[in-house]
Design a protein around this ligand. Structure first.
Ligand SMILES: Nc1ncnc2c1ncn2[C@@H]1O[C@H](COP(=O)(O)OP(=O)(O)O)[C@@H](O)[C@H]1O
Ligand SMILES: [Mg+2]
Length: 260
């Protein structure tokens, strides 16, 4: 059974059908990519999966749980973590502090239920800091741990956001254009990281504008346009899709308007 199941989801904003009957699934250990022009509904899809938006129709299942109506924090506790198209870090805080916030969001319920038994909370904080440093180390960010996020280039900020997501030890990791602002070595490191996480059993759902990155790093790919799934298949099959030319050129698919 797939870890994430999205079934026939619809999201409307006023008269805009951002998503219209969208279904998709991601298994543990699988890397699934989404391609589509601007305005196709890609970010909205991550928003309904993470719980920021509620669908007017359809169902979202994680493992055996129906999470369609579950709040963001509860889904996070079940293992849903993501990064944002517009990086959402606290710019004046350091790399370490930003990532620590990811750990705390996972532990919040534990800390609250611990009540005021401080020693255990302090122990949790020590463990959290240790975990942050280990995640930063695995992403090659150790030397930057005391650097305020605002002074880092965009690609590095995106890596910090990934580090924060990893601190939540997600079973489902969703990346919204995490590779934009990255090039060369850093993009290759992102690809290697995704493959490593998948091997360790994480389900990964990623949106990228970089078509080659998606084709090279995803086991399965969906093309979305105008809020509807237009095509799906392995990288080899998608390479042959006539829609790929539209994606490269940023052209509308299925009634969607490509803005840039
Ligand atoms: N909060 C919102 N309010 C109104 N319209 C929105 C909102 N979010 C997205 N949309 C609209 O929904 C459609 C899909 O947007 P989005 O999911 O951001 O596309 P993508 O990520 O593929 O570029 C677009 O037409 C966009 O303008
Ligand atoms: Mg988007």
């Amino acid at each position: 059974m797939a870890h994430l199941e999205v079934r026939d989801v619809a999201v409307r904003f006023g008269t805009t059908a951002a998503l219209d009957g969208v279904s998709l699934s991601v298994s543990r250990g699988e890397v699934v990519g989404i391609l589509g022009p601007n305005g196709a509904g890609k970010t909205t899809l991550l928003d309904v999966i993470s719980g920021i938006e509620r669908p007017q129709k359809g169902e979202i299942r994680l493992g055996t749980a129906d999470v369609t109506a579950m709040p963001v924090e509860e889904r996070a506790r079940l293992g849903v973590a993501r990064t944002f198209q517009a990086v959402e870090l606290l710019p004046s805080l350091t790399v370490e502090e930003n990532v620590l916030l990811g750990c705390q969001s996972r532990q919040r319920s534990g800390l609250i239920s611990d009540g005021l038994r401080l020693p255990r909370s302090r122990r949790a904080e020590v463990l959290a800091r240790r975990e942050v440093m280990s995640v930063l180390d695995s992403l090659g960010l150790t030397l930057l741990h005391e650097t305020p996020v605002a002074s880092l280039p965009l690609g590095t900020q995106r890596m910090v956001e990934i580090a924060r997501a990893l601190c939540m030890q997600p079973s489902l990791l969703m990346l919204d254009e995490a590779g934009s602002g990255m090039e060369g070595d850093m993009l290759r490191r992102l690809g290697a990281l995704i493959a490593r996480l998948a091997r360790s059993g994480t389900a990964i759902l990623l949106i990228e504008h970089d078509v080659e990155f998606v084709l090279a790093n995803c086991d399965f790919i969906y093309i979305i346009g105008g809020g509807r799934m237009q095509a799906r298949g392995t990288a080899a099959a998608i390479r042959r899709s006539p829609l790929l030319a539209d994606i490269y050129l940023g052209r509308a698919i299925g009634g969607a308007t490509a803005v840039a």
